[in-house]
Design a protein. Structure first.
Length: 67
């Protein structure tokens, strides 16, 4: 009987460990998704800044085209 009781407790501990691991994995995936979104936004802003900077360097050309 003692072995069956020990087996039940070990089985319960293993199940709790699996559930804890799944929660840990879900948190890690969520953090990774947030990081990827942040990097994408940063890349888009950097591209916008580069485009605006290039346009400012050629402002005289745009002024001539507008007149």
């Amino acid at each position: 009987m003692k072995i069956n009781g020990l087996n039940d407790w070990l089985n319960l501990a293993a199940k709790i460990g699996v559930i804890g691991g799944l929660i840990f994995l879900a948190i890690g995936i969520n953090q990774n998704n947030e990081l990827l979104r942040s990097e994408t936004r940063q890349s888009l802003v950097a591209n916008d800044v580069a485009s605006l900077t290039a346009n400012l360097e050629h402002a005289d050309v745009f002024a001539r085209l507008g007149s």
